[in-house]
Design a protein around this ligand. Sequence first.
Ligand code: KG4
Ligand code: ZN
Length: 354
Amino acid sequence: MNGTILAIETSCDETAVALIRDGRRILADVVASQVALHAPMGGIVPEVAARAHLRWILPVLEEACRRAGVDDLRSLDAIAVTEGPGLAGSLLVGISVARTLALIHDRPLVPVNHHEGHLHAAWLLDPDDAERPEPPLPALGLVVSGGHTFLILIRDHLDYVRLGGTVDDAAGEAFDKVGRLLGLAYPGGPAIAAAAERATRRDLRFPRAWLGESDDFSFSGLKTAVRRAVAEGAGVPQESAEAAGAALDPEVVAELAWAFQEAVVDVLATKTVRAASRHGVRSIVLGGGVAANRALRERVAAGAEALGIPLVVPRPGLCTDNAAMIGAAGWRRFLAGVRAGPELDARPSLRLAS
Ligand code: KG4
Ligand code: ZN
C-alpha cells in the first residue's frame, strides 16, 4: 500500500481524473469541462455529454498520470469511480474505463456516490497546501449543485443521515433558470454572482420559502417572483419573459440578480446554521457548484463563527464537479472494504442516505 488511488468522475458534464494520496493530498486533478459545448443549448444535452466523455476520458487519464508521475497503474491501491447519481450515458463512460483498468491491472474497484464526493472535497489538500486538521466529525454538510440541494448529518465517514432537501428546483438549477430569464451567460450561477457584485441599488426583496422549521428547501416560488419582475420590467407577458432581461437596463438586471442571490443565500445559510446548532455538530462543510458562491460562503462562515465551529469550504474548483473529491471519498470506502465487481453498472438515481 502506498496510499495512492486513481479516481474517475463522469457523472455530468465534466470529464475528470485525479490521483490522491491518503484520501487528502491531490497529486493530480485534471478536469476537461464541457461548459462551452453545452452553452449554446443553455443546458446540458445528455447525448452530447456522453460523446464528449468518450472523446476526452483517455487523454484526461493520461494527463493525470503524467502530472502525478504514475506510469504503472499496478502501483495504485485502488481505482475509484462515480457510480451515481448522474446521467446514465455519462456515468457509463467512466465506469467502463475504471472497470477495464481494474481488470487489466488487477486493482480493487471502488464505487463512489457523487454526493459523498462533494462532501469529501472538504478533506482535500492541494499539492502546496500546508497540512491542516481534518474537519472534525460529526459535521453538518450542505450539498448545493445543479441537480441537488440537501442537508446531511455526517456522523462519520460513510455514515450519513439526510435531514432535508429541495422539494422542487435545486439551488443551482434556480440560478441557471434565473440566469436565462435575466439574459445572462450560461451557467447562471457565476454570471448571477458577478452581476450581483455590480448592483448599486439594493432595495428589492424577493420572498423566502422558509417551510416552517423543516430542513427542506423550495426555490420555485422565488423563480416565479423573478419571472414576474422581469416580465413587468420588460413589458412582456410572463410566458414570454425567457431572456427578456437582455432588454432591461443592466443596473436593473444587477439589482434583480443581487435580490435573487440574497433570497437563496438567506434560506440556505439560515437553515444550514440552524441544523448545525440543533445537532450539535463540530464543523460545517459545503460542497457542490453553488458552494463556490462567495455570498453563501460569507453568510455560513458568520453563522459557524457564532457557533464556535469551523466552516470548511473547498476552493471553487473543488466545489464544482471534479475527480479529486471522488478520490477522497473513494479512499474512505477503500479503507472500509467497499468493492465492486467487473459487473459494476451506472446508478443514475443513487441516493446517499434515506
Ligand atoms: O456541482 P456542479 O459543478 O454540477 C452538478 O453536479 O450539478 O454544480 C453546477 C452548478 C450550476 O448550476 C452552476 O450555476 C452553479 O453550480 N454555480 C454557482 C456558482 N458557480 C457554479 N452558483 C452560484 N454561484 C456561483 N459562484
Ligand atoms: Zn456535482
